[in-house]
Write a protein that binds this ligand. Structure first.
Ligand code: ZN
Ligand code: ZN
Length: 454
């Protein structure tokens, strides 16, 4: 199947999103990357419009509060102001909702290690001690990741964490209802067509219904089920065994340690668990992640090969693992492993051609093989899809290599400096720096027009 927007082709038809063309009677197939990209552009545009509108209204209100509320301006714009308020409230409700999960998590003594607000491309990421806070573009959904090694009343404690989010909406509705009934003595304020409390109640109510019975949200990382479904499962479905729950806890703890760059502690934890359950793929993936992060590429390559052993399905997992294999080989860097890297990255690219990480590995390998234009083209696509500074630095390093091989030493140095500023620990930096220190290859000789007499 081929993406109707970017032309990326893949046999994994289930990953494409079918969408009706606006104003026409046909459908189009869109790859996940284009789908999320288009949604991101729309969401950002709407958000900007609302912020401008809201700032304008706030400025007008601050200029002369009584006059503002009694002006024609408010009468005519009140619907938009209410809508703008609803957007702001929905964002606020969402933050409070996730905070509700987190507070419930701390109360029942779970280790809360990641709070994500919204989904889609990352806006900001903050590591505060053991807690990772992520802010993403779309103000719908979010998640709180919390685990516990203590199995005491696990099901009840888990249920309390899940219920903590919807409970926030109930409290907000109650607060708004009390205000509407004049509990705070504000019922006689003439808002002239603006209904902040009603809007808050309605927004919270819609979000409560959404989180209880709404459909799962499709994100770039997979499908997120809603709180209502999770509570139903916790109440009525059998829960996983103690060993399984402990395993999930260990993997989450190890991931959180890896994110905080405490690799030694993370490796100890995973190896300890691997002695108890030596064949669990989640543990093996966690170990592989640590090995890549500590530049132990020979061990990482071995881990990837073990994870791929006997895996016959052609899917996103296979593509991701093949890309890891290619990256490991590339970092080992002898001619035999470069050969393997090339094959692996070709396979990964044939399955998930829109994935930025896969484009970046493929692009780098093409450049190393002298196919500079194709390589640079892929890297330019990859840089638009990277999610964090270290990935961006890595793509810039590859682009620097491409420019150097084209004979543009100055442009190469510029890209390399930019990469260094973004991430001074980028794994490609020493490698590309070494290349750049070698005498520059002669730029390709200009093609003389054969018709011009010499
Ligand atoms: Zn596409
Ligand atoms: Zn929730």
């Amino acid at each position: 199947m081929q993406c109707d927007k970017c032309g990326a082709e893949s046999p994994l038809t289930a990953m494409f999103i079918r969408r009706k063309r606006s104003f026409r009677n046909s459908t189009q197939n869109i790859c996940p990357r284009c789908f999320h990209w288009a949604r991101g552009v729309r969401a950002k545009a709407f958000l900007k419009l609302y912020i401008v509108l809201l700032l304008f209204c706030l400025a007008a209100a601050a200029w002369n509060p009584t006059d503002f509320l009694h002006s024609h301006l408010v009468n005519e714009w009140s619907m938009f102001i209410n809508l703008a308020l609803a957007t702001v409230f929905s964002y606020l409700c969402l933050v409070l909702h996730e905070l509700g999960h987190a507070i419930a998590g701390w109360l029942v003594q779970f280790n809360v290690w990641r709070i994500t607000i919204g989904h889609g491309p990352m806006i900001k990421k903050i590591q505060a001690g053991k807690l990772l806070l992520e802010w993403r573009v779309f103000p719908v959904g979010g998640s709180v990741e919390a685990t516990s090694s203590r199995m005491f009343a696990w099901r009840l404690r888990r249920l309390i964490i899940v219920a903590g989010g919807p409970l926030v909406y109930v409290l907000l509705i109650a607060l708004a209802a009390a205000a509407i009934h004049g509990e705070f003595g504000m019922s006689d304020v003439d808002w002239n067509g603006i209904y902040p409390w009603q809007v808050l109640a309605l927004t919270s109510a819609i979000m409560l219904v959404g989180t209880l019975v709404g459909p799962p949200i499709r994100t770039a990382r997979g499908v997120n089920t809603r709180d209502g479904f999770k509570m139903y499962q916790l109440l009525f479905k059998p829960i996983s065994s103690v060993e399984q729950r402990q395993l999930v806890h260990t993997v989450a703890e190890a991931n959180s340690l890896t994110l905080r760059k405490q690799y030694k502690a993370a490796a100890e934890m995973v190896n300890d668990a691997l002695r108890r359950s030596p064949s669990d793929p989640r543990l093996k993936i966690a170990l592989m992640d640590i090995q890549f992060n500590t530049s132990d590429y020979l061990a990482a390559r071995q881990s990837v090969i073990e994870l791929l052993e006997g895996y016959a399905r052609n899917d996103a997992y296979r593509a991701t693992m093949k890309n890891y294999l290619a990256w490991g080989d590339l970092m080992i860097g002898d001619s035999q492993s470069l050969d393997e890297a090339n094959k692996a990255s070709e396979e990964a690219f044939s399955l998930l051609p829109w994935e930025a990480g896969i484009q970046s590995t493929r692009g780098h390998l093409l450049i190393e093989q002298g196919q500079i234009d194709q390589g640079m083209d892929l890297l330019r696509r990859a840089i638009r899809g990277v999610e964090n500074r270290s990935d961006e630095a890595s793509v810039l390093c590859s682009m620097a290599l491409g420019e150097f091989k084209r004979g543009n030493a100055q442009a190469a140095q510029k890209l390399l400096n930019k990469a260094t500023r973004l991430d001074k620990d980028c794994e490609l930096l020493p490698r590309v720096r070494r290349e750049l220190e070698q005498p520059p290859s002669a730029p390709p000789a200009p093609i003389l027009n054969p018709a011009t007499p010499a």
